[in-house]
Design a protein around this ligand. Structure first.
Ligand SMILES: CC(C)(COP(=O)(O)OP(=O)(O)OC[C@H]1O[C@@H](n2cnc3c(N)ncnc32)[C@H](O)[C@@H]1OP(=O)(O)O)[C@@H](O)C(=O)NCCC(=O)NCCS
Length: 173
């Protein structure tokens, strides 16, 4: 299966909307707003064009990942999410490819760490561990093992702790 991961382009926006909507349609913890969240974040100050990536299979967009800028006290980091793969292609490594490519680009851009709110059975395989290991907390109630962080650059979170400040667009509807 030839999967290409590349930066999103303007012409992809409506397809990305559909892919995100489809990916989250049957997800238990979804609020059904992820596709709109992606649109809001694209217009926010936290948006980094190089870190909105699509996965293409035979020229068709089948997945998307977004990393946006966050602050942990005065430290800049990234939030991973939403991450979306069309349901019929789950379990083929597409999500993993999006994460790994995103990490590589983020590191090249100089980011040292990433935070994710997600499933504790999935993200640890990409290096994520509970953010509480560093004293990093979510700004909302969440099970400890679901709120994770990873260092793209070793030691980058060493003296970082506090409450994550997401882009305000995360909390709008
Ligand atoms: C999460 C998601 C992006 C993963 O994409 P994917 O291309 O299927 O993932 P990969 O093929 O890289 O990895 C598949 C593995 O992850 C596991 N996995 C995927 N989603 C998981 C979840 N929510 N919880 C636990 N494990 C999960 C699969 O069981 C599979 O495990 P295996 O390798 O041991 O068989 C995709 O399932 C999806 O779009 N889900 C709906 C939207 C969503 O929940 N996004 C993430 C929000 S945190």
């Amino acid at each position: 299966m030839n999967i290409v991961i590349r930066q999103e382009q303007e012409k992809d926006i409506s397809t990305i909307y559909s892919v995100v909507k489809l990916a989250f349609e049957k997800v238990e913890h979804s609020d059904g707003d992820e596709q709109n969240l992606v649109n809001r974040l694209r217009n926010s100050e936290a948006f980094i064009p190089e870190l909105s990536l699509v996965a293409e299979l035979d020229g068709e967009i089948v997945g998307h990942i977004l990393f946006t800028k966050i602050k942990i006290c005065e430290n800049i980091s990234l939030a991973l999410g939403p991450l979306s793969v069309v349901p019929e292609l789950h379990g083929k490594g597409i999500g993993g490819k999006l994460i790994i490519k995103g990490h590589e680009i983020a590191k090249n851009l100089g980011f040292g760490s990433v935070i994710v709110l997600g499933h504790p059975a999935y993200y640890p395989r990409f290096g994520y561990v509970p953010a509480s290991n560093w004293g990093i907390k979510a700004p909302f109630e969440v099970p400890d093992e679901c709120f994770m962080a990873m260092e793209l650059i070793e030691g980058s979170l060493k003296s970082v702790s506090g409450i994550v400040q997401y882009a305000k667009e995360f909390f709008e509807r």
